[in-house]
Write a protein that binds this ligand. Sequence first.
Ligand code: NAD
Length: 356
Amino acid sequence: MEFKIAVLAGDYIGPEVMAEAIKVLEAVGEKFNHTFHFNEALIGGAAWDEYREHLPKQTLDICENSDAILLGAVGGPVSEQLKPKWLNVSTNALLPLRKRFDLFANLRPAKLFPALASACPLKKEIAERGFDILVVRELTGGIYFGEPRGRDGSGDEERAVDTMVYSRREIKRVAHVAFKAAQVRRKKVTSIDKANVLTSSILWREVVEEVARDYPDVACDSMFVDNATMQLVRDPAQFDVILAGNMFGDIISDEAVGITGSLGMGASASLGEGTFGLYEPSGGSAPDIAGKGIANPLAQILSGGMMLKYSLSMEKESNAIEKAVEKVLNGGKVRTPDIGGSSTTREVGDAIVEAL
Ligand code: NAD
């Protein structure tokens, strides 16, 4: 089969880890007899240098003509955020991309590979039990998009407003994604809200409970977000699928990936109603380690694996990537510094290809 993939490597470590993901996908293509056409396009600071825009039309056109988008990361050093090249780069590049393709469901696996138990920042006995969580975060609604927003007034009366708003339709469609995912996992959904305080959370909980009735094989409970952040570090093994709105999901998913040991391990998929999707690591462009050849490429490689599964219906090819990653980690020798090794980005990519 032939597929067109839009490749938006982005800034700093983006191109470094992307090169390894492409190498791995090409190896998968060879092994399983598929042809991937990788169409590169600029995004973020890299696009700014060329077009004075963070998401130029040329890039959107390439995305529109593809079966899926594989994205690296955008952004500059934290100390340079106010320079025009980096100002609001995530808002300008990533939010419109998600909105344009209506990618309302963000799937972020947080799995502690047994071989990496020592990289887990939690107590040894918790790490040794392991965990395998899938966070499903609503991505195009809630407080990050709600209107009205903005500032008014002056002096001590100046105010800033954001609006947390969810419609029944928005909650329903992302809840279905979470329950369907749970059906092929350990059959449990924990929905995160703040229904003791927020009206939008009360609707969230009502709708999730309604959707749950369509999935009698899946257990469903709700948890307040403050408790959930605490439970996640006390007993992460209790969770299977975590379902959350945009802001709570943003926070919870970073925490969940963080306890696996490194942001460099966190893959993600952003999906809409069809098979089209955007796949990217959970971490950012990591300017602090860029150019040194030590960035962990596994998040990008595993994001490529998610792309095969969710956009290209290649379940066994996707599993082959996961197995190869597990094999290399179990081998214990080839690891980048963030997970306790001394290998380079390229050596890790080569080892995954070899394992495949
Ligand atoms: P970051 O995720 O880039 O880095 C945080 C820490 O994690 C750093 O110490 C970094 O070295 C480490 N890290 C991240 N990915 C790694 C990898 N693959 N291998 C090894 N270590 C890794 O976050 P930050 O430093 O707060 O932000 C840097 C820039 O990235 C900012 O401009 C920010 O806006 C942007 N950002 C972009 C995205 C995105 O493109 N989706 C997400 C988050 C942050």
